[in-house]
Design a binder for this molecule. Sequence first.
Ligand code: ADP
Ligand code: MG
Length: 387
Amino acid sequence: MTAQRAAELFRETFGEEPEGVWSAPGRVNLIGEHTDYNGGLCLPIALPHRTYAALRRRDDGRLRMVSAQGDGLVETSLDEVGPGAPQGWAAYVAGVPWALARAGHEVGGFDVAVDGGVPLGAGLSSSAALECAVAAAVSDTGGLGLLDSTRGRADLAAACVEAENTVAQAPTGGMDQSAALLASAGHALLLDCRDHSTEQVPFDLDAHGLALLVVDTRAEHALVDGQYAERRDSCERAARELGVSTLREVPLEGLDEALSSLSGDLLRRRARHVVTEIARVEAAREALRADDFERLGELFLESHASMRDDFEISVPELDTAVTAATGAGALGARMTGGGFGGSAIALVRREDADAARAAVEKAFADRGFTAPECFVVSASDPAGRDL
Ligand code: ADP
Ligand code: MG
């Protein structure tokens, strides 16, 4: 998965040179899960894993799309794109110019060849990496200039969210696309989903002898079914019953008493996760500003327990990864992403990284789980032009 390989696939498929190659990263969220649609906070980093898009404009409105991870050429035209069309992976590509056009930008058709290095469906946001690589390419080739400013990048992110929600018809809150376009190397991106403001928070683990281990559990990751909708619905109901527009408005202080008015234990637990998780993101920002990584580790563990017990989005593979990594000396670990599979992260001393990985692999083997994929990551660059 390099820019060169995407360019090569373009040449093989379309018989000419692309205008350029653009890429965008996957992401892991350090903390702040299911907070985005509650107007809350989250703290993702961009991964070193990227998806590349080699692209050339067309002036006839056609869209021709090929991916090294797809199955052959998909063809459509801009005026055939809409809710649910095209189907499959091409929706994440075709949805982007469609959404940009709806937002008032001048966009045309294109030929594109994609090569992705973000594991698909691992909770590391290959979908946003794909959309954002295409968005970067469309912006540059169309002279939209949206990569040149934070505001423009935020507009691109919004178009990518619209593409995913409406054309690919997958519910997503917006963290993934913001991370892919707005994060920066050596930093985590504090994202305020109420006012869409962002802040770069130092996250240079190397400088502190630490590492972030990602464990792709390979467990079924099925956010698109009713689970995500139930969580979202519960949060909206809880907010309504509490008389606030979003759970962001509920203060941490006096929380138990405030939640006691909710109709039922389920709503109470769902709301408690969201409110305490937002507070943990704020605490994580303070910990990072103070270089207090022990504290960050504690917050990871508290966050995991909240997702497991109150929000009920963990699965045995994720719990096993967290327990095994912690047992092998991690400062903290938690599931990351929407839940029901996907990946976990562990904050480890660099010298403990191999032992933590081995402990996770052994724990998975002992329980008869599919072997996980483990890799160490650092906070990397956002979407941009490569060639
Ligand atoms: P995640 O974003 O966590 O990886 P999603 O289910 O949101 O999981 O997105 C995965 C989907 O995105 C894939 O099923 C596929 O349709 C599409 N996708 C992502 N990357 C690529 C790629 N490089 N080539 C083709 N399709 C891709
Ligand atoms: Mg996704």
